[in-house]
Design a protein around this ligand. Sequence first.
Ligand SMILES: NC(=O)C1=CN([C@@H]2O[C@H](COP(=O)(O)OP(=O)(O)OC[C@H]3O[C@@H](n4cnc5c(N)ncnc54)[C@H](O)[C@@H]3O)[C@@H](O)[C@H]2O)[C@H](O)CC1
Ligand SMILES: [K+]
Length: 487
Amino acid sequence: MAVADRRTAEAGTSMSRLMERAGTAVADAVAALGHGVSALVLAGPGNNGGDAFVAARVLRQRGYRVAVLDLAGEGGSEEAVTARSAYRGPRVAADDGAIDAAVEAATVIVDGLFGGGLSRDLEGAMAALVTRVNRARVRSRAAPHVVAIDLPSGIDGATGMVRGVAIRADRTVTFECRKPGHLLVPGRHYCGKVTVAEIGIAAATLKGLAVTTFANEPDLWRAHRPKLARGGHKYDRGHAVAVSGPMTATGAARLAITAALRTGAGLATLLSPGDALLVNAAHLTTVMLARVDDATGLTEALTDRRRNAVLLGPGMPPDAATRAMAEAALAAPAAAVLDAGAVVAFAGDVAGLKRAVGEGAAVLTPHAGEFSRLFGGEGGDKLARARAAAAASGAVVVFKGEDTVIAAPDGRAAINANAPPFLATAGAGDVLGGIITGFLAQGVPAFEAAAMGVFLHGLVATRIGPGLIADDLIDGLRAARAAFDML
Ligand SMILES: NC(=O)C1=CN([C@@H]2O[C@H](COP(=O)(O)OP(=O)(O)OC[C@H]3O[C@@H](n4cnc5c(N)ncnc54)[C@H](O)[C@@H]3O)[C@@H](O)[C@H]2O)[C@H](O)CC1
Ligand SMILES: [K+]
């Protein structure tokens, strides 16, 4: 954003204009809360504090009761200093008693302590103030509404992580576009409802920045959605295959391959080890069945070039045989999706995985535990970890969770935010693997197939609602797929 600000300034819109519009947008959001607003505005040392002073001034001009707790200290940008001196209304003394009384009296607290410039953990008096505001927000009677400017103070805009302690907001007004901190957890949970105000940074300026981080929304992949040709053949829509686990673990791959078919693949085949053939045969109607016992068998099965997308891993043990099959899948011309056992089978050998991926289209779909086993590390900056994993493996990495990150080896990354909590249920991951395989079979490039697959998965779950089990996702896909085409 700082680069966008500078380019905008160079193009004739000054930083003070941007700050004026930002603060006014915040004032609008506060005013929209209704009558009887009595606002306590917290103003920090940077431009976030400058926005806060503009908001305070505008609210006062409109007749609202306002008091500012000025924690700007010495210094600050020229624009922030100007905004500060243009505010001529009441101020709250920075002592505990006065702050408590002001917090108690406020119906709205506007958080302008820190935004995009937060660079270290909150400590001391700042941390204590944040804790005070958070306590007031949950008090039972007349709790104030908390409106954060740009980001809840204490949330790191680039990672969504809490730096020490962070404001819990009911509403966050940000500028031009959402930042990773609004989408990644825990930051997302601190924001409340996020609104985006345009403050005059031209779309052309933002486009010129070669943005590589996106919210996973239809704009990102709309143009890549598969289109049905009139008079088309089923083979035009691809042939998805999935590899079944052994006799006692066949359900996962069946869920997946059925999901691939519902996602639009023209044909689907389950490749099953001999011991599981009868179990699978007893459950399948539309999905075809063929025997494959090992890597050699898989290589042979994938010589049929019409089988253009393959999924393996669900229900499979993370052992040498699974790894050999994964290598066979990656070596074949088909696009490959590796999940569960097929991801963990490469633990400790990311370089070997990268060699196996080569130049082919490949998608890995690990959850946090599988991700750590393959790529190492634990917790921390999810966006950076997913990007590094994609670069190290040469594959598109779908780092699953409430805030699934889809990262491509070329540096693009998308953050997904439409998955409801009840989607965390047995078999849901298998269905996701199948959906992505279904899109790959229809010729969608790997990054877009993964991103739209993750979005469709969240969409179908949301439409079904709480209590869903993975089987419901398969049924729900039919109607959700139609809704998806209309997005
Ligand atoms: N295009 C836009 O989006 C616009 C955004 N605006 C607002 O500007 C802020 C970002 O301003 P910046 O001055 O870069 O950063 P902050 O206000 O967040 O604070 C920086 C300030 O704070 C000090 N600091 C950092 N961390 C800590 C800490 N843990 N404890 C104490 N002090 C800390 C740091 O040294 C600096 O002095 C953006 O969020 C928007 O609100 C513009 O107004 C319009 C254009
Ligand atoms: K803030």
